[in-house]
Ligand binder design. Structure first.
Ligand code: NAD
Length: 462
């Protein structure tokens, strides 16, 4: 069975991929298991050398990859190029595996007894990825897993599978041995087949919280190691001394970059005290100036959302927010609607009830809510009542406010005068609460810990 991939900007078919049947999953895991035997025995410096080749090969295909991301996801070509860059950085991080995988040693832990702690690969790892970063999120996973000596089966989003195939093509340029990286396509059934397969040792997942929970629970029942990163609702707190054009620019990029379809998208602005006097109008003026269009057009600021289904879902939130009494400062532009492409212009609501659906649920579209509070304490309390805990930012000129915020906000990634608090590949990426199921995060040292198992060897030589 073929799965059709649609260009969200035109509604035209971009291509199709074959959905993996039970036999295909079996074959992929068997190939990965067979490859693991030899791959795990390749010295780590040689494995790293292959990753250096891969980083070079990705660099040569950077523009092809970015265009593929922009076409199938809809994001602007500038965002797509930046996404591929972040992905290549994760490969560069993986190139450091000889140092990253080093264990610890302590002589004479008792009389004439020495102890070393070593890291070994796990076996075949599976990765399940979302539609919103078709190149970067797979690259958070398999390069690090493979450099650590594992083999990998990737199941990308059915909405953006073509870039994953391109990543696999590039791996052939870098001479990955057969079975070290395999891509299988499909949806929930394919994911379940991978999780349940006795040949799979570990599962990395990034997607919505609803599915992250399902994946984590299923993997735990199968006694698999699992990390499952989920959704988000990110609060951007603006202090009165933070109201300035650079803050507005950062909020525009955070709220409407990628058409609001990022797990780091700032979707609620909390205007503290006098910040609410000028900020809402500044945000509306800036949002109105954003140009909607096809991502591949260099003049576009906001591309389409992923599908017409996504538009229907987002429209539902907008309608209910109006019924809930929020003030719509910037309405969706009916002229932006297109029967073919899935375009939705930026929407801004003010005086949003902090407990309403609009302020609490992940909308995953270009909709920004403004909540007004009297104090920073109140702003932090509102953000901390979220069931999510991915990222949050403060905009201020005051170090004390920034410090209080960074110490008390309950998220995994904090921005200070930064709208998208994205750590680079050598730091861990992930949140707390329902933004993660499992404990270890993606990339950074967490990923090395996730993709390796430790063994201590205690020796005496009488
Ligand atoms: P999704 O959860 O719908 O899909 C993610 C993956 O899970 C896909 O590969 C999909 O095929 C698979 N899947 C879907 N339903 C499944 C099921 N019932 N059982 C098993 N597998 C299933 O997410 P999406 O719409 O592709 O991506 C958007 C979501 O991802 C948002 O919630 C966003 O916040 C989140 N996200 C989180 C991060 C992060 O770092 N925390 C990063 C990017 C995206």
């Amino acid at each position: 069975m073929q799965m059709v991939v649609t260009d969200p900007a035109t509604g035209l078919e971009l291509g199709s991929v074959a959905v993996a049947q039970t036999d295909d999953v079996e074959r992929a895991v068997a190939a990965a298991s067979a490859a693991f035997e030899s791959w795990s025995a390749v010295p780590v410096v040689e494995r790293a050398r292959m990753l250096f080749r891969y980083a070079d090969a990705l660099e040569r295909r950077h523009e092809d990859l970015a265009r593929s991301v922009s076409r199938e996801n809809g994001k602007t070509i500038a965002d797509a190029r930046a996404e591929v860059r972040r992905g290549i950085e994760a490969v560069e991080f993986a190139c450091g595996m000889p140092s990253l995988m080093m264990g610890d040693a302590l002589p004479d832990i008792a009389r004439d007894v020495d102890c070393v702690s070593l890291r070994f690969p796990l076996g075949v790892c599976a990765g399940i990825t979302p539609f919103n970063f078709p190149s970067m999120i797979p690259l958070w996973m398999f390069p690090i897993a493979i450099a650590a000596g594992n083999t990998f089966v990737l199941k990308p989003s059915p909405q953006t599978p073509l870039t994953a195939d391109l990543l696999a093509d590039v791996s052939r340029d870098a001479k990955f041995p057969d079975g070290v990286l395999t891509v299988v396509h499909g949806a929930a059934d394919t994911v379940n087949a991978l999780i349940d397969h006795p040949g799979i040792a570990a599962v990395s997942f990034v997607g919505s919280s609803h599915v992250a929970r399902i994946v984590q629970e299923r993997a735990v029942r199968a006694h698999k190691r699992v990390q499952a990163l989920g959704g988000a609702k990110n609060f951007l707190v603006v202090m009165p001394d933070g109201v300035k054009q650079s803050t507005v620019d950062a909020i525009m990029s955070s709220a409407f970059g990628g058409a609001g379809q990022r797990c780091l998208a700032g979707s609620v602005v909390v205007a503290v005290g006098a910040a609410a006097e000028r900020l809402p109008q500044m945000l509306v003026d800036a949002a109105r100036g954003l140009r909607l269009g096809c991502g591949l057009d260099a003049a576009t600021d906001v591309g389409p959302v992923i599908s017409h289904d996504a538009i229907a879902r987002i429209d539902g939130y907008v309608e209910r927010a109006q019924k809930d009494g929020a003030t719509m400062l910037l309405a969706p532009d009916p002229a932006a609607r297109d029967a073919k492409g899935s375009f939705l212009s930026p929407v801004v609501f003010d005086r949003v009830d902090p407990e309403s659906e609009l302020a609490r649920e992940e909308i995953f579209g270009p909709v920004l809510a403004i909540v007004r509070t009297a104090t920073l304490d109140e702003a932090i309390a509102i953000a901390n009542r979220s069931r999510y805990g991915n990222a949050s930012s403060i905009f201020t000129a005051d170090g004390g406010s920034a410090r209080t915020f960074a110490n008390r906000i309950e998220v995994g990634m904090v921005g200070v005068n930064v709208g998208v608090a994205a750590p680079m590949a050598f730091f861990p990426f992930g949140g707390v609460k329902e933004s993660i199921f499992g404990d270890l995060r993606c990339h950074g040292k967490d990923a090395v810990a996730f993709y390796t198992q430790q063994r201590v060897v205690i020796s005496r030589w009488p």
